[in-house]
Structures are given as C-alpha cells and as structure tokens.
Design a binder for this molecule. Sequence first.
Ligand SMILES: Cc1cc2nc3c(=O)[nH]c(=O)nc-3n(C[C@H](O)[C@H](O)[C@H](O)COP(=O)(O)OP(=O)(O)OC[C@H]3O[C@@H](n4cnc5c(N)ncnc54)[C@H](O)[C@@H]3O)c2cc1C
Length: 388
Amino acid sequence: MKTQVAIIGAGPAGLLLGQLLAKSGIANIVIEQRSAAYVLGRIRAGVLEQTTVDLLDQAGVGARMHREGLPHDGVELCFGGQRHRIDLHGLTGKRVMVYGQTEVTHDLMDARGAAGLPTVYEAEQVKVHGFDGQRPHVTYRLGGTEHRVDCDFIAGCDGFHGVCRASVPATAIQLHEKVYPFGWLGLLADVPPLHHELIYVNHERGFALCSQRSHTRSRYYLQCALDDKVEHWSDDAFWDELRRRLPAATAAELSTGPALEKSIAPLRSFVAEPMRFGRLFLAGDAAHIVPPTGAKGLNLAASDVGFLWQAFAEFYGGSPKALDGYSERALHRVWKAERFSWWLTSLMHRFPDGGSFGARMQQAELEYLFSSKAAMTVLAENYVGLPM
Ligand SMILES: Cc1cc2nc3c(=O)[nH]c(=O)nc-3n(C[C@H](O)[C@H](O)[C@H](O)COP(=O)(O)OP(=O)(O)OC[C@H]3O[C@@H](n4cnc5c(N)ncnc54)[C@H](O)[C@@H]3O)c2cc1C
C-alpha cells in the first residue's frame, strides 16, 4: 500500500488527524493495534476546550457534540468544607464543553467509516522504518500476513506506550518526567450528576472530583494510594468515601448507583522533546502526559493535531519548510499545559510527605485564590485553554 501520511494509533489524536488531513485532500491510513470496540470501551477524558471544539467542527464531526454536549460556564473548588465557584465565562468570555472522549472517538470513527477512509484495526507487530531518510514505511501483521505501507510521513499518535517514540534513538530524544505519589480511582455510573458544574475537592482525606459525561451519566474520582487495587473498592465503599470528602449538605444530594466502570490510573507529568524526528512526527500522549487534574490530555492531543494538520496542509500546498516549526509550536503550548496541570494537581491533592507545612501552603494559596480576581482569572484562562 502507498499513502501520504501513515497514522499509527486510532485514539482521538490519530482519528482527528486523519479526518482533518482527508478534508485537505491528503491521503492517510490509520493503523491501530486494538479492535474498534476496545478503543471505544476506554473511559477517559470528558472536558473539551474551545480550541478542541473548533477543531472537531473543522473536521466536520461536531454536530452531535453541539446537540448532546454540555457547555459549562464555571467550575467549583471545594476547600475547608466550603465550595467556591470560578466563573470561567465571566472571567475569560470562554466556556468548556463536557462531552466524553468515548463520544468524540465514536463520532470520528463514524465519519471515517462514512468517508471510506482506510483504517486497520487489530494490527500486530506494528513497526516504523526509515523515518530518518526519504522513504519511511510501516509494517504490521494482520491475520498472519505481513503488510507494508509506503508513505511520505509517519504520524505517531500511538499513546504513551506506543511504538513510535520507542523507535527513536535514545540520543535523539530528551525525556522529562514527574511521577506523583498517588493515583485516581475513577467510577462511572448512570446517575444524575451531583451538580451542573464540576466540583474539585481538596480534603484532608485526599482529593475528589465530581465530574460528568451527560445529564444522566456521572464520573467521580478519589485520590488513592499508588498501590491500591480496584478490587479493594466495592461500589458502596467508593460512595461512602466520596461522601466523607464532600461538605455534608453536598454529600446529602449525591445520587449513587452501580458502577459501569471502575479503574485506577497513576498520575504522571511527562514530555518528550523534540516531537519530530526526520519524517516521524509525534502527537498527543505519544509525546506527553499530564495528570488529569487540569483536563488537558485530550485537549493537548487535539492542539498537536491542529498544528500538525496545518503544517502538512502547507507542505503539500507547496511550502517545503512548513513542517520545520511543528515541534517548537506544539511544545510551546504543551509546556504551558504541563505547568497548569502540575500546579492544579499540587494545589488540590494531599501529598504523603507534605506535612503540616505543605497543607498550610495549600490553604494560603487557596484562600488567596478565592480572594483575588486576578488569581481566579489565571486559573480560568488556563482551564478554558490557552490560545493555539
Ligand atoms: C485512565 C485514563 C483516564 C484519563 N482521564 C482523563 C481526563 O479525565 N481528562 C483528560 O483530559 N485526559 C484524560 N486522560 C488522558 C486522555 O485520555 C489522553 O490524553 C488522550 O486519550 C490522548 O489521546 P491520544 O490519541 O494521543 O492517545 P490514546 O488515546 O492513548 O490513543 C493511542 C492509540 O494508539 C494505539 N496504539 C498504541 N500502541 C500502538 C502500536 N504499537 N501500534 C498501533 N496502535 C497502537 C492505542 O491502542 C490507542 O488506541 C486519561 C487517560 C487515561 C489513560
């Protein structure tokens, strides 16, 4: 097979890039190691920045999101038993859209299928070759047969554990990493959300987040120990612990029900630099990870793709240098989102070695935040997403 851009990975980054490239008349194939059902079954992000909404519109897949998504004008931070609202829209003129990553993926898969664009699921032993020269290609096995795709470029959209970043020589890449001493235990349930906006909780027992996917589906998280196991948490134990971390009046309003999904995710900050290696370009989680506190992971994947799409469109439009700025442009935005995600994580979680000094620093910072329009504006600007 021959194509212009071979995209590795059918997560949001890979599928969105494929859709945008196709809109610009650039041929592409998506090669994914899992089945479509497996990809759709992964419960992940749910808060979209305006830049992500705009890109989904440009890709022609925004209709259902606008119908079913929930625009949010604010977010709440709860500390010392008090809830404080950050007026995102009042402070920035912007809002965020609550619409699950699963739904985004669904819409992108449907559009790709309807357009008849080639996608290979359940590809085994995916390997990327020759990206340091003029003739890159990708090989994989499917149904016991070896396949080869010759291409102009490879887009590594294959997530944190993918093959693309791992194929780059160690001397050509610089890795920056911070692992946090806790994880998030998440629970998804078909119950109405506790509140119409998200509530982030800093509590002495640990962080909690009351999030949502729709008017009838809620997503809750609890800070947990890194070595904790999902099997240790019955649904009742989860709901009881969540109630303990909420103000009593708020806890009384919580609707509970059986978990549709429960999982534990470790928290990590990670950046690989640069994001281009010859004819291989990294985008999304393949290049960087943020702790989910700032709701930036999916949004960064989308903005990388936005930059990469523009660069490819200009390149094929006759500007041979257009691809040169991709890594720098993307990383400029990535590092700002890394900073915000690290800051909000540090502010809202209880650190095992934080001691009373760490707790008082958080208290001082939160009290200042709630008293200062300037400080709330900084939070709001970053939460709704910095410009691309
Ligand atoms: C448990 C969890 C919860 C999260 N919660 C949030 C949240 O609440 N808010 C938020 O903003 N972000 C969250 N994130 C982050 C967000 O989901 C990611 O940033 C987003 O999925 C990145 O998209 P991506 O396409 O870059 O990578 P992925 O979604 O990881 O997609 C990569 C794709 O590549 C495929 N792949 C991997 N290796 C290969 C290979 N060798 N060959 C072919 N295909 C391959 C994978 O199967 C996958 O389909 C969460 C992530 C996790 C893991």
